[in-house]
Design a protein around this ligand. Structure first.
Ligand SMILES: [Zn+2]
Length: 278
């Protein structure tokens, strides 16, 4: 059955890229609504639906845009909604970015997880008939979706960096696994990139409170939540990206050094391909 939340819920925090304080109000929505952002701060309160057609930027974040109106850094919130099985919700926001919280999906999971209610309408499920893939022709990056009877994600990252190197993880994503094993994994970045991000007007709100920062020869945070927290966060991001398809997925994603850009190329293919939807 499709799910929404029982009552209005609120959340405040700073945006990772703008550094500004942002307030969110989560509102129950009827079956078939999907995930809809409402820009409370603009005249006419324009709505932006989370769907493949509205993808705007996929560099370092996922942002959506409809009729010139944008909402940035939606991926961790979308992952939380997908991981909790929330299909329909309205999110009123008084700025152009979703708060970063602690850099993971945990703040949203904790806010929403005991407030979910089923509606009397069944969900559709996305099930590919054949493998779908997207890859980079110049780099060794791939993302593949194989038919499967479960929602599984296998991810590998490989950085040419003495501290992080290679990590591999595979999970069947149930709600329980998402909440315990994926949602707490925080976003990460390399210290040497911070200056160039700042020069582009990004990461103004970034700190060790909301990101894992990787220095030349060590991780600057006191501790990690998981030994392979980085690849778990990449799985979290992928869940957010793939949630744009608007329904649960039965399939096995194999992601090799992928990111938002490549994930979204595959999502665009999924949105137009012949599938079993039931
Ligand atoms: Zn992320």
């Amino acid at each position: 059955m499709q799910q929404t939340i029982k009552k209005e819920l609120e959340y405040s925090g700073i945006g990772l890229h703008t550094g500004e304080q942002i307030h969110l109000v989560f509102k129950p929505a009827t079956a078939g609504t999907g995930i809809v952002f409402v820009r409370q701060d603009l005249s006419g309160k324009p709505m932006i639906k989370a769907c493949p057609e509205n993808v705007n930027n996929t560099w370092r974040e996922l942002s959506l845009k409809k009729n010139g109106v944008e909402i940035h850094t939606v991926e961790h919130l979308l992952a939380a909604l997908s991981g909790l099985g929330i299909d329909n919700i309205e999110i009123a926001v008084n700025g152009d970015e979703i708060p970063i919280g602690d850099g993971s999906a945990l703040p949203f999971v904790e806010l929403l997880k005991d407030e979910i209610i089923s509606r009397n309408t069944s969900k559709k499920v996305f099930r590919p008939k054949e493998p779908l893939w997207a890859g980079s022709s110049t780099e060794d990056k791939q993302v593949i979706l194989l038919p499967s009877d479960e929602w599984r994600i296998t991810y590998t990252i490989d950085f040419e960096h003495p501290v992080v190197k290679t990590q591999l993880a595979t999970f069947v994503i149930t709600q329980e696994v998402f909440v315990k094993e994926i949602a707490p994994a925080r976003t990460f970045g390399f210290l040497k990139e911070v200056e160039s991000l700042h020069a582009r007007g990004l990461a103004k709100g970034g700190s060790l409170e909301n990101a894992i920062v990787i220095g030349e020869d060590k991780i600057l945070n006191d501790s990690l939540r998981f030994e392979n927290e980085l690849v778990r966060h990449k799985i979290l991001d992928l869940i957010g990206d793939f949630s744009l398809i608007g329904m649960p997925i039965l399939g096995h994603v194999i992601a090799i050094k992928s990111g938002h850009d490549l994930n979204l190329k595959l999502v665009q293919k999924m949105a137009t391909c012949a599938i079993d939807i039931y």
